[in-house]
Write a protein of this length. Structure first.
Length: 579
């Protein structure tokens, strides 16, 4: 199953660990001097070094509890004769970046997180990694670097926020974004909006619905990189700290056993498991970016079309927001993501023989999970909410490279209407707030792709405003959507406008047809007309001509392949763990 030559049944052999470069022999005396300066003992210096990486910051509640949980991880490492070395990296929190130019930094932050953890691990020769993440892009970023380095690694989610209460109903951050739309059309007063914003987010933790953070947390268990059942408990719960200790213990077990390492765990079959959990829970369309990007780090071709194929044949069985009724805490209360995994395993929708960080298979990890009765949070596969997943892929002459839509919560899966075209989200949001659209329109937001944005920002401010106003429209974009978006909203349209994709050739009034049942996205234009428009097309410059986003725009690839910025494992001559 994995390379048993790496196993150290009597503990470990420092001469076979990467940290030997900074701890062993006379030439490492200067390095050891630094460790003594930090109060480390000789014993600690000669143990395996475990990087404990967190995305802790004071930007948002998603990350605020990660430092506390990191201390528990360190206990687990120390109890098993390892030496933890804590460090932090950035996050850009989507809920605060949303709706303005700051959102361009969000997807780019995924690459910075992976790159910065990689550089820290490489520079200091750490032997293993426990990565703690709490917000949307930090989860895939942390899992991507585990695959890139291929050192013994365990992922740890920081946990979900508790639901807020507004006039007797559970609420979350998406209700606040939608409240802005209600306020704009007069259905909400200033006092209503203020009351809602003050109660929507009552604790530490990531956004409560099945948005991107909770979606990728479910992925971490289904793909096998996290300790079983660790994704469920809300951030404030002390049980999260127990799982953090277990994560520290587990990474040391991986070192002693010689694996399994991340690339032993993340295979085509486990990626299919990850896609299945997204579909079954009505998860975020952003998984259509993150799963191809994770596969890329492991040298596996798993593009958007492959993700969509799994979505198409997996039933939607979790009744979670934004398309459903419940939040992540409710799923935890009935048994957690393990309930969904076990139901999918029992009905042939997941591969049970995939190895995980426990050294056991996925099926073995969840063998004792029992399906909870008398609840409507998780349904049986024999009686699903929908027979196909909550997220589907689309293709057609408007999206030759594909597009993605969340259908969880939608009643109608077809829409045809005239295009109302906007170059950039801000122009669209201003028009929506002013009511400058008609029911039946297909709102097109372009030049928001990975390269053209740059940064492929999310459209939650616009989609939430439309939902709050009760608009009967569809929306398509070469940008992204928040996991909290609801309504008929199609994202990741590729090729993007910035590289001459068909979405960049549209004009107001062009008739667009969407069919999420058969998976098509087309515009009623002939090939000749599209060719004529393409001949007249010219690339559009952005205002980001220096700095980090400029560099990102030069490197980033298509959404179809995960919007990645480097050649990936297929071009490697070695991995870090083997130096």
């Amino acid at each position: 199953m994995f390379d048993e030559k790496r196993a150290h049944p009597n503990g470990w052999d420092k001469e076979k660990l990467v940290s030997r470069y900074v701890t062993e022999g006379p030439e490492s005396a200067p390095h050891r001097a630094y460790y003594y300066a930090m109060g480390m003992t000789e014993e600690e210096i000669h143990q395996p070094f475990i990087g404990v990486a967190t995305c802790w910051n004071e930007a948002a509640p998603c990350n605020i509890a990660l430092s506390r949980q990191a201390q528990s991880v360190k206990i687990g490492v120390k109890n098993n004769k390892g030496t933890p070395r804590e460090f932090t990296t950035i996050t850009v929190t989507d809920g605060i970046a949303m709706g303005h130019e700051g959102m361009r930094s969000s997807l780019a932050s995924r690459e910075v997180i992976a790159d910065s953890v990689e550089l820290t691990m490489r520079g200091h020769c750490y032997d293993g990694l426990v990565g703690l993440a709490g917000c949307d892009k930090s989860l895939p970023g942390m899992m991507m670097v585990m695959l890139r380095l291929n050192v013994p690694s365990v992922f740890m989610y920081g946990g979900t926020i508790l639901p807020g209460k507004f006039r007797g109903d559970d609420v979350d951050i998406v209700n606040v974004f939608e409240g802005v739309g209600k306020h704009a059309c007069g259905d909400f007063s200033d006092a209503d909006l203020k009351e809602l914003e003050e109660v929507a987010c009552p604790s530490a933790g990531a956004c409560g619905g099945q948005f991107t953070a909770n979606t990728m947390a479910c992925v971490s268990e289904a793909i096998g990189l996290a300790v079983p059942h660790s994704a469920g408990a809300p951030a404030p719960y002390e049980s999260r700290d127990e799982y953090a200790v277990a994560a520290g213990e587990t990474v040391m077990n991986l070192i002693k056993a010689g694996g399994p390492y991340p690339r032993d765990i993340v295979t085509l079959k486990s990626l299919e498991n990850a896609a299945a959990i997204v579909a079954a829970t009505g998860g975020s369309t952003n998984a259509g970016l993150h799963l191809p990007a994770m596969a890329h780090e492991a040298g596996i071709d798993f593009p958007l079309e492959a993700v969509a194929e799994i979505f198409k044949k997996t039933p939607l069985i979790a009744n979670l927001r934004p398309g459903g009724k419940y939040v992540a805490k409710d799923l935890f209360d009935v048994g957690g993501v393990g309930v969904v995994i076990k139901e999918l395993l029992d009905n042939g929708f997941m591969h049970g023989d995939c190895i995980t960080v426990t050294g056991k298979t996925l099926a073995e990890n969840y063998a004792n999970v029992e399906f909870p009765e008398d609840q409507d949070v998780v349904f049986r596969c024999s009686n699903p909410i929908r027979p196909t997943g909550g997220v589907v892929g689309l293709k057609g002459n408007l999206a030759p490279e594909g597009a993605i839509v969340k259908i969880a919560g939608l009643e109608e899966l077809q829409f045809t209407g005239p295009a109302r075209v906007f170059d950039g989200e801000q122009a669209a949001f201003d028009a929506v707030q002013a009511g400058k659209y008609e029911d039946g329109d297909v709102i097109v937001i372009r030049h928001e792709g990975p390269k053209g944005g740059p940064g492929m920002r999310e459209m939650l401010s616009t989609t939430a405003a439309l939902y709050g106003q009760g608009a009967k429209v569809a929306l398509i974009t070469d940008g992204r959507f928040s996991g909290g978006t609801r309504g008929f909203c199609i994202g990741h349209v590729g090729p993007e406008a910035a590289v001459g994709g068909p979405i960049g050739l549209l004009k107001d009034g062009d008739v667009i047809s969407i069919d999420a049942d058969v998976g098509s996205l087309s515009v009623d234009l002939s090939d000749d007309e599209l060719a004529k428009r393409r001949a007249m097309w010219k690339p559009r410059k952005t205002d980001y001509n220096s700095g980090a986003l400029y560099k990102y725009a030069q490197l980033v690839g298509s959404a179809q392949k995960g919007a990645v910025t480097h050649p990936g494992a297929s071009e490697e001559t070695h991995t870090f763990v083997d130096i």
